[in-house]
Design a protein around this ligand. Sequence first.
Ligand code: CP
Length: 350
Amino acid sequence: MKSLIDILDFSVEELDALIKTGMDIAGNPKKYAKACEGKTLATLFFEPSTRTRLSFEAAMCELGGNVIGFSEASSSSAAKGESVADTAKILSCYADIIAMRHPLEGAPYVAALNASVPVINAGDGGHHHPTQTLTDLLTIYREKGTLSGLTIGLVGDLKYGRTVHSLVAAMSRYEGNKFILVSPKELQMPDYVISDAPNAEFVQTTDLSEYMHEFDILYVTRIQRERFPDISEYERLKDSYILTPEKIECAKRDMAILHPLPRVNEISVRVDEDPRACYFRQALNGKYIRMALIMYLLSLSDGKPIARPQGEDGYKCTNPKCITSVEQELKHIYKKDIHGVMRCIYCDKT
Ligand code: CP
């Protein structure tokens, strides 16, 4: 059995196969109308969502399957103190596959360790959002015809924006990609994301206009209000970059503008009419790639839980956003990353 917690759980070959299936679904969705007949998806959303939850649900409906779930923690027994592990064991009795979004980093991983059905991470705090990355990969492939040799501008909140962390992890596995990281100094990309992507080239800047003429992809992100410990800091930084038609005048004619959405005001609605604006097509691609993902994980499902983590004891994670900070019975486990640095297995913090 396989779960998807981090985009690195999938090999490049698996990513390519999912994109190929996603392309086929996009061209002929009716062909897949009975692919998951008799199967049930549970959507466990402990945090708000429009696109991820509803595209998962639409995906399962279009595959002929069923959907159960909840859209806020307060309507589940988490509100009474039920653990993520127990929730996952219970939902394994009711569903064939689980998609979970949770504000605590590592929560979907804990679910995967305890479920007897595949678990998909639909976003865990500011950590990972692998199905958004699959959506982004399919969108880039459909727009540019390749996932290699691209100059990709990532703009906005690169510190808390989980979608850009997963996108760097995925795109750096393809040849010749260069990332221009555009953010205020306070919201720069975490070091671990950059150091885990040794094959890619990175440039950091605070100036969006400096590299505008170079971008093949411009990936804009929202400043993540809900992740700021100090709301006055959010107020100070929230309008750091607002994309307008004037600002993209000097950009390539075939640049693709992506945004995981929701947008607040970081892209002017005046940009929407520009053919380079791909973000609404991107949301549709999210449904196609989630259909491909559900089919793939169900095809591998054999009820055997994923392997328990091996690591070293004697460490205590101090990240207040880590699942271990709330679920006290979880064992703190650390393991070495590719650079020999010890990291929490749930949240990746050192
Ligand atoms: N892109 C994305 O994750 O959107 P939602 O928060 O609406 O699911």
